[in-house]
Design a protein around this ligand. Structure first.
Ligand code: GLN
Length: 478
């Protein structure tokens, strides 16, 4: 029999509804696990123990009255770059060390309305900037499978909190891979939804034309449940689109693999630096799907190679403008200096880590008079070509399969000071982000050294159902 904190959402729902255990017991099991492990893994910046137990008691009352919803009584974590009402939200930067939002992000409001139980806020690279969680001002997160390795980033704490069974699911943000890559490194599922599918209201903005918010969980079924609850139009985020939200959970159950056309983009498999074990594991999975009747179609995405350069112009540019509000006056910890200029300068110099400062400087430069056309505008033009690349292949195939990351979790400290190597870690997750399409990372096994391997499934815009169906099929196929 599993410990309560090791259950999936669906298992916990069944157990709570049959009164086999209470939400207070389930929540306590998660809190105990956090107490045992947080000092070592550092997945949580804030643990909301009292609030969690109070929410769990309320959930038990709802269940006693038969008023429960899908997530009532289920413990979860939220990335610290997402606003949670009355709960400190630092984005892992000291400038927001004292920031307690007076409101919930819309997706968090949706989840709270279900009666889910918040156990804490998870560590991440500051404001989502990074691929290893080493750019957090609260220390790195360690990988639960091997504590000498990174948990991935930027949502390393979110991934570790689920993989280590400190909660049953996590809500995180993905601008250029921050849900999918840590999910792969920690051996769980993580979905980046289509741009426009979920409201970003209350997600601390990084690059507004790429930011998304999505779920991380232990099964594709759990992800489907969460994706549905999180999706939809929000008048507070004008980028949300009024498209019907399907019941993803029902969709994944009525799936026929025989009709499926899977595209394999050659550029992703020819990359120098692709780890041999990762490549083999992904190719074996593709072979299994073929045996089950899927049609495998080799495809090409020639502009993929420009995704990282485009991303690292567009993101810092939008960053430099978005982060302007975090100045110690409107938000954040204010340094006490003699004049206004020094107050701004000191607050920002001490409140942001190096990577955030780098992005602000690169972005300010790229947007400055005379350079805008050469950098930002050009990047946007190439971005259109990348979008068209994907649109073209999705004329002929239903989904694309690639590795999530070229390699399994790397060592803590290994890439921290090599800016370009860190950026290149996102080579397979940034193209989909630049194009605004959905992607999910699925855990497909471990390397000889016991590190998880993730496979990425991408679909056309608003094609969440299809990628969830294929993700679920992988579990069934073992
Ligand atoms: N690693 C990427 C970056 O540093 C992704 C960040 C994200 O998705 N938040 O920009």
């Amino acid at each position: 029999m599993k410990n309560l904190n090791e259950l999936t959402i669906e298992q916990a729902r069944a157990g709570l509804d049959k009164k086999e255990f209470t939400s207070v017991e389930l929540t306590q099991a998660c809190l105990d696990r956090i107490h045992d492990r947080n000092e070592e893994l550092n997945a949580f910046i804030t643990v909301t123990e009292e609030l969690a137990l109070e929410e769990a008691r309320k959930a038990d009352e709802m269940i006693a009255k038969g008023e429960q919803k899908m997530l009532t009584g289920i413990p979860y974590s939220v990335k610290d770059a997402i606003c949670t009402k009355d709960v400190r939200s630092t984005a892992s930067a000291k400038i927001l060390d004292n920031y307690v939002p007076p409101f919930d992000a819309t997706v968090i409001k949706n989840i709270r309305e279900q009666g889910a139980v918040l156990v804490g806020k998870t560590n991440c690279d500051a404001f989502g900037h990074g691929a290893s969680n080493e750019h957090s001002m609260y220390g790195p997160v360690k990988n639960p499978h091997d504590t000498r390795k990174v948990a991935g980033g930027s949502s390393g704490g979110a991934a570790a909190s689920v993989a280590d069974h400190q909660c049953l699911f996590a809500i995180a943000e993905d601008t250029g891979g921050s849900i999918r890559q840590p999910a792969a490194f920690c051996g769980i599922y993580g979905l980046r939804p289509s741009y426009g599918r979920n409201s970003r209201y209350g997600i601390m903005p990084m690059a507004s034309s790429l930011d998304t918010v999505g779920p991380m969980a232990k099964t594709a079924g759990d992800i489907a449940i969460l994706a549905e609850i999180m999706a939809g139009v929000d008048e507070r985020d004008a980028t949300t689109v009024p498209e019907v939200v399907p019941s993803y959970k029902d969709e994944i159950e009525k799936f026929e693999i025989k009709n499926l056309k899977i595209g394999i983009p050659k550029e992703y498999f020819e990359l120098e630096g692709l780890d041999a074990e990762v490549k083999e594991a992904v190719e074996n999975k593709i072979e299994e799907l073929k045996k089950q009747g899927a049609e495998i179609v080799p495809v090409s995405l020639p502009y993929t190679k420009y995704a990282i350069p485009v991303y690292y112009i567009a993101v810092p540019s939008e960053d430099s403008s978005n982060l302007g509000r975090i100045d110690g006056i409107r938000y954040g910890v204010q340094s006490d200096r003699e004049n206004l200029y020094d107050t701004y300068a000191h607050s920002r110099a001490h409140g942001f880590p190096e990577e955030v400062k780098r992005r602000i400087m690169v972005g300010t430069y790229a947007l400055s008079a005379g350079y805008y056309d050469a950098y930002y505008r050009k990047a946007q033009k190439v971005r259109t070509l990348i979008i068209q690349d994907f649109e073209n292949v999705f004329q002929n195939v239903d989904v694309l399969i690639t590795p999530t990351s070229p390699f399994p979790a790397f060592g803590i400290g290994e890439k921290k000071d090599d800016v370009i190597a860190m950026y290149l870690a996102d080579v397979f997750v940034s193209p989909g982000a630049v194009a605004g399409i959905p992607g999910i990372s699925v855990p497909i096994g471990n390397t000889k050294d016991g590190l998880p391997i993730g496979l990425q499934i991408m679909g056309p815009r608003m094609g969440e159902s299809k990628i969830l169906q294929v993700a679920e099929r992988m579990r069934i196929s073992g």
